[in-house]
Write a protein that binds this ligand. Structure first.
Ligand SMILES: N[C@@H](CCC(=O)N[C@@H](CS)C(=O)NCC(=O)O)C(=O)O
Length: 213
């Protein structure tokens, strides 16, 4: 869906795909502004005055305000379009599990990419960089296995209702350690992503972000 409502500043296959999928699911009008991955990072001129961390997703609201942090964006979109079910309402028994896993995904799992994607930003020696990459990759696997052990999808993470958590899981299934690792080690999470990839409404989002199978 194109339009002059929201603008997602994003990179194909990155975290901006989560916000694109949420906007699409909620039926909200949006456009996409693709940036080069080389333009990401703290202090990036491309994000001057918009997002000092130079990260995607960055969302421009219809009034021009820039919003960052995927979880905050998701909660905002859920407020604007409550009927879409991106988040269970406050009186829904699934609400606390939704909040728990949403925060876990962005506060525990997402940072393993922040520190592991380009370790040279944090440590100088090549050996330390290799070690940081290895440690964050291992930590991420442990965290996903913790999620796997504590969910009972039927068919979605929270039960019968599709939510933004299923969007995160689908996008993140395509990031390190990758789909085949999930298939072997986290079959419940892999099953959620496999089912979400088939949702007709979201297929265009998955396809343009390279999330196929
Ligand atoms: N906490 C942020 C994390 C966003 C994030 O780390 N995005 C990555 C791409 S998937 C990024 O822009 N990385 C570049 C950088 O951190 O310099 C969120 O949930 O939106």
């Amino acid at each position: 869906m194109a339009g002059n409502g929201f603008t997602v500043i994003g990179v194909k296959g990155y975290g901006s795909s989560i916000v694109e999928a949420a906007l699409e699911w909620a039926g909200l009008r949006y456009a996409i502004e693709q940036v080069d991955p080389k333009d990401l990072g703290p202090g990036s001129p491309r994000f001057a005055g918009i997002n000092p961390l130079g990260q995607v997703p960055t969302l421009l609201l219809p009034d021009g305000t820039a919003m960052t942090e995927s979880a905050a964006i998701i909660l905002h979109l859920a407020d604007i379009a409550p009927e879409a079910g991106l988040a269970p309402p406050t009186d829904d028994p699934a609400r606390q599990a939704f909040l728990r896993w949403l925060v876990f995904l962005v506060a525990s799992i997402y940072p393993t990419f922040t520190y592991g994607d380009d370790p040279s930003r944090f440590v100088s020696s090549e050996e330390a960089q290799r070690e940081l990459r290895r440690a964050t990759n291992n930590q991420r696997k442990d965290l996903w296995q913790f999620v796997e052990a504590n969910i009972a999808p039927s068919p979605w993470l929270l039960g019968p209702g599709f939510s933004a958590l299923d969007i995160y899981v689908t996008a993140m299934n395509h990031w390190r350690p990758g789909r085949s690792w999930f298939a072997t080690n986290c079959p419940k999470l892999h099953g959620i992503a496999t089912a979400a990839l088939e949702l007709p409404k979201l297929k265009p989002v998955w396809e343009r972000n390279g999330f196929t199978g």
